[in-house]
Design a protein around this ligand. Structure first.
Ligand code: NDP
Length: 246
């Protein structure tokens, strides 16, 4: 698997969960991978070690996606370390589920800063370095299209925002040969959404395939979008959800 040989990728939130699986998969495909983290340096370093143990190249960067300057610096550090940038994966994201009465304006701002503004800033910085064949891939959520549980309105709003941003940016960047896509997972077993809770049992009842997905399954779709075979896919929101939205 070397379809990304010679490419450089930046994966935000690559220390755990879906982002860690994406970072490792892109590295297996031959890309040099920079990954950001905000809390878990230990986990980010472990992902780097895993990649290096398989003869890949990787770099962990502390960068809070809610901090504009940190996101800018992460893109610059990636280019400084690996000499170019071909693939941006906007994976970092947070979820807070609460009734609107309990949702503060500060929490709204923080959710939007990470899940939406962080994506905007990363794309703006990254595409300045991308040429023909560049790839922007955002991890949205099936919750952009379906939100069957209570308290998820604000989270769903952020994921619908990146779906819209994806459509518009595909138009802006298409003439430069850069594709822009949005991957919308359903329930995936991570620290954010563990598969062994009562909430998870309720979600499984909503699915055509009554099981949680894995980070590796999401990473496989991202690897496809990052590769040359997906050159005609752009502006799309691709749902990978075990039939949660079916
Ligand atoms: P996890 O909570 O398991 O992992 C989150 C990752 O993002 C960690 O690497 C974490 O870093 C990083 N991160 C969190 N906040 C920030 C921040 N402010 N700046 C930079 N990095 C940050 O989440 P998942 O893997 O489950 O989710 C990844 C993405 O997938 C998110 O966008 C989420 O909304 C989306 N998603 C998840 C689904 C699921 O069921 N799990 C379903 C649909 C979408 P650190 O380790 O340093 O804390």
């Amino acid at each position: 698997m070397t379809k990304l040989a010679g490419k450089v990728a930046l994966v935000t939130g690559g220390s755990r969960g879906i982002g860690a699986a994406i970072a490792k998969r892109l590295a297996r495909e031959g890309a040099a991978v920079a990954l950001t983290y905000v809390n878990r340096k230990d986990k980010a370093d472990a992902v780097v070690r895993d990649i290096e143990a398989a003869d890949g190249r990787a770099l962990a960067i502390l960068a809070d996606s809610g901090d504009v300057e940190a996101v800018r610096a992460a893109v610059a550090e990636t280019v400084r370390a690996f000499g170019r940038l071909d693939i941006l994966v906007n994976n970092a994201g947070v979820g807070r589920f609460a009734p609107i009465e309990e949702f503060s304006v500060e929490e709204f701002d923080r959710l939007v800063a990470i899940n939406v503004r962080g994506v905007f800033v990363a794309v703006k910085e990254a595409v300045a370095h991308m040429g023909e064949g560049g790839r922007v891939i955002t991890i949205g959520s099936v919750n952009a299209d379906r939100m069957p549980t209570l308290g998820g309105g604000l989270y769903a709003m952020t994921k619908a925002a990146v779906a819209g941003l994806t459509r518009g940016l595909a138009r802006d960047l298409g003439p430069r040969g850069i594709t822009v896509n949005n991957v919308q997972p359903g329930p995936v077993d991570t620290d954010l959404n563990p598969a062994n809770t009562a909430f998870a049992a309720e979600l499984r009842k909503l699915m055509a395939l009554p099981r949680y997905g894995t980070g590796d399954e999401i990473a496989a779709m991202v690897a496809y979008l990052a590769g040359p075979e997906a050159g005609f896919v752009t502006g799309a929101s691709l749902t990978i959800d075990g039939g949660y939205a079916a």
